[in-house]
Ligand binder design. Structure first.
Ligand SMILES: [Zn+2]
Length: 343
């Protein structure tokens, strides 16, 4: 896909920073995992053709195609990765003696970042119900909207903000072709920047979590959330391995760390939220960030909404969780002190 030059320039100027220590000269082993250098994110030819034809494929058939293209078998712990922790170990860096658990404010042991990508008008129709459940349990979340896919009313955005929620931008038109070329990305980035300003949004997530951290520097954002620690079920699989945010050039990258609702309940047809809970336990143990993408479009299914509500109730019982909006987390991350030294 390209973009290596942009990344190399960022690294040379010390703008890719170590997630834990914030240093601009991070160990090579850590950098390679974080930037997905050994398997750079890209789309297969089949996936590229699929996105061109996608507007003409009915939703049910799309889901069947997605299921057909899923990996034939998955390891039992496919939703957990130790790739970044292993990279630190290989580089001789000790994370065990307190570095990782001093990342959060004093009384906090881990962060909780709830995000929603609103795919269609059906998702917009679910905002009140989903946000009310979150409010009732003391949570706030971020809502990412697609500027050119459905109507996004300004009073609705203002109402979400007034109640303590956040608004972000989710692509431009969600056609899967945002990254089709460097030129096309730059052209669309100009339009996306206009929407970011129009909505007063500070954050971005790419549709289908396509990503290129070099190209994304075109966006006038404080954070991006198109990366993930591990997710073998995305059209651009792989993962940066990080259970923490990290700084890349002009923005903070906030990877999601729990499998998406779409993957669990539509592709894998899971009937429980055990995987969310098991991954959360792992993240809490490693002082990580529980960052979840759900789609209100899929939460319209009462059984999925029940599983989401139950998961929030579970999160609310855990001690030491810091529910924070991604825009606040990005600012915190840039000014936090560095374990064992000054920033
Ligand atoms: Zn989406």
């Amino acid at each position: 896909m390209g973009g290596e030059q942009e990344l190399t320039d960022l690294v040379r100027s010390g703008q890719v920073r170590d997630p834990v220590f914030r240093s601009g000269s991070l160990p090579d082993e850590v950098y390679r995992v974080l930037m997905e250098l050994d398997a750079p994110p890209g789309l297969s030819l089949k996936a590229q053709l699929y996105y061109r034809a996608r507007p003409y494929i009915p939703l049910n058939l799309r889901w069947r195609l997605q299921q057909a293209s899923r990996p034939k078998s998955l390891p039992p712990d496919w939703f957990v990765t130790t790739s970044l922790l292993d990279a630190y170990r290989d580089a001789g860096v000790d994370l065990e003696t307190g570095a990782a658990n001093s990342l959060w404010p004093e009384d906090k042991r881990f962060a909780v970042v709830l995000t929603h990508d609103v795919e269609t008008a059906a998702g917009v129709a679910m905002i009140d119900e989903v946000s009310s459940i979150e409010e009732s349990l003391g949570f706030r979340s971020s809502w990412n909207f697609v500027p050119q896919a459905y109507r996004v009313e300004t009073p609705m955005l203002a109402d979400l903000r007034r109640r303590g929620f956040e608004v972000g931008v989710h692509g431009l038109n969600h056609d899967g072709c945002l990254y089709s070329s460097r030129h096309e990305f730059a052209r669309r980035a100009g339009e996306i920047n206009t929407w970011l300003k129009e909505w007063g949004a500070l954050g971005f997530r790419s549709p289908q979590v396509h990503r290129n951290l070099g190209w994304l520097q075109d966006l006038e954002i404080e954070y991006d959330s198109s990366c993930f620690d591990v997710d073998p079920l995305q059209p651009m699989p792989g993962g940066c391995g990080s259970p923490w945010p990290f700084e890349v050039g002009r923005f903070v990258e906030i990877p999601y760390t729990l499998p998406q609702d779409h993957v669990l309940y539509i592709v894998l047809k899971e009937k429980t939220n055990d995987i969310w809970k098991r991954k959360t336990e792992w993240l809490v143990k490693h002082s990580g960030m529980v960052c979840l993408i759900t789609h209100p479009d899929y939460l319209a299914d009462p059984s999925v909404l029940d599983l989401y509500r139950d998961f929030l109730e579970y999160l609310a019982t855990l001690r030491g969780g810091w529910n924070i909006l991604p825009q606040e987390l990005a600012r915190y991350w840039r000014q936090r002190s560095v374990p064992g030294g000054s920033s």
